[in-house]
Design a protein. Sequence first.
Length: 271
Amino acid sequence: MGTDPFRIRDHVADFDVIVSEIVQASAKVRESIPMIADIAYGTGRNETVDLFFPAGPRKGLPVHMFIHGGYWRMWSKLEYSCIARTITDAGGIAVIVDYSLMPHVRMKVLVDQVTRAKDWVFAHIAEHGGDPSSVTVSGHSAGAHLASHLIRLDRSGTAIKGALLLGGIYDLRPLKTSFLQAEIALTDDEIERFTPLGHLHDPGCRIVLAVGEDETGPFHSQMEAFSNLLQEQGLPVFVEVIRGRNHMSSVRDLGIPGTDASGILSRLLKS
């Protein structure tokens, strides 16, 4: 087993099997759930979302955005269509977000992209039967980091009602000494500007922080630090440790009915 706690492959023995399960499940979801693919929220090649719909009339439905992980430098929305099953089963419209990848672009671009995807949802989701006053968001790993930027506090608040952040990275500083530095070359400025532990967050947003029981130490300690910060800032925070799950099996389970992870997501939508 490797010593770098951020190199997930070294700590998840069945990494490739789980990824294959996620990809296969996503292909089945795209074939079986009503959807509209590749709606542009910007002009860039990766600036699109996929919408998935529950059965029945489309009017005033709750809306949930999902932002995929991959350490900001791999995967796309296609691999994570599977999350839409849990969202649509709960009666919501799933918005699966795509974004550009590092190191071809910098972190600022990714944060700007997911912010504009959120803006698109509030401006246009009613045209597809969604309720813009009932928007929640989730993300996994680097996607949880990006999702946290959607609940940063500004003068008007974020209008996002709830967030599920799974296996997230909330302090970028340790990554500079990890394997990842050779791949995305985080700068000191990026670390300072985009570390969630240094930001104020919207107290009107209900937060669920989750982590797999079998994740490596930094994912547990960073979740604890972020939970403490959010509580100090007055946000309602709930912490979930998913028993027997690691960094990859936890996100796989988000799209599998009856699992602990999918139950957490369903409850967020229904609350």
